[in-house]
Design a protein around this ligand. Structure first.
Ligand SMILES: [Zn+2]
Length: 255
């Protein structure tokens, strides 16, 4: 059995800045392999506050889907914690190249040699860490290099459809997912094409076509919070005849 714990469900500037929801990452554990995915602000604090504590020094891996702060803020402190300040060479970081080079390199250079390995995420590749295998989806439409992920856990495919503007290839990329966790920042579409996030109409289209056994909505911006995610998910569930739930901070899924 695998455990997925969504520590935080905040998705956009306003909700993150005011911590209306936590912006911590998602913890994944399967057969003794432990991963922290997209450690946004507050991840280390939430890990320490969990009962029982999620031990940072026992993580095997940190994965960044992209460099944006709400996905990467705690990556450096997690590397420091996991390697005990570099005393123990441990852990594998997976991230797109843009997290490591150029103006938005979010991983501090002095910490990089502390890690056992750094692997670069590219589209449609298979990766393994301990007992967990995952693949990258297509590159998303987002202002920085971004990949969604599909984990193979207990013969189930669990997709993390992270930040993106809607485009039809998403349907193909996530078609085989049994469980689909979707970042839905917006309730209604944003008038500006520069805001590259999904809205509920996009989610409806995706779920109609992909038909996962279970869908989980998360990463909410203010318009989603105001629309009440639980009610939005219930309505989608009824309309589509699928199980759709809204994540809350600390939601734990057993796969
Ligand atoms: Zn983003």
């Amino acid at each position: 059995m695998a455990i997925i714990k969504i520590l935080g469900t905040a998705g956009a500037r306003y909700v993150v800045a005011r911590q209306l929801r936590s912006s911590a990452g998602t913890y994944i554990e399967h057969l003794g392999t432990r991963i922290m995915l997209d450690p946004g602000p507050g991840t280390l604090v939430r890990m320490a506050q969990e009962k029982p504590r999620i031990p940072v020094e026992k993580l095997h891996s940190i994965i960044l889907t992209h460099a944006h702060l709400d996905h990467s803020n705690d990556v450096n402190i997690l590397i420091d914690g996991l390697t005990e300040g570099g005393l123990k060479k441990r852990g594998t970081l997976f991230c797109p190249q843009e997290c490591l080079s150029g103006d938005n390199a979010v991983v501090l250079r002095y910490l990089r040699p502390y890690l056992k390995d750094i692997q670069i995420l590219k589209a449609h590749q298979l990766y393994t860490i301990g007992d967990i295998t995952f693949e990258t989806a297509c590159r998303h439409y987002h202002p920085t290099e971004t990949y969604g992920l599909i984990f193979h856990l207990s013969s189930q495919r669990v997709g993390f459809l992270v930040d993106t503007l809607f485009f039809p290839d998403l349907i193909k990329s996530y078609a085989l997912c049994d469980v689909l966790i979707i970042n839905v920042v917006r309730y209604k579409p944003h008038p500006s094409p520069n805001v590259q996030h999904l809205c509920i109409a996009d989610v409806r289209t995706l779920l109609e076509r992909i038909k996962p056994q279970k869908a989980i909505l998360t990463h909410f911006g203010m318009t989603m919070i105001r629309a009440r995610p639980k009610q939005v998910a219930e309505k989608l569930s009824q309309e589509l005849g699928l199980e759709v739930i809204a994540a809350y901070d600390g939601l734990t899924l057993e796969i």
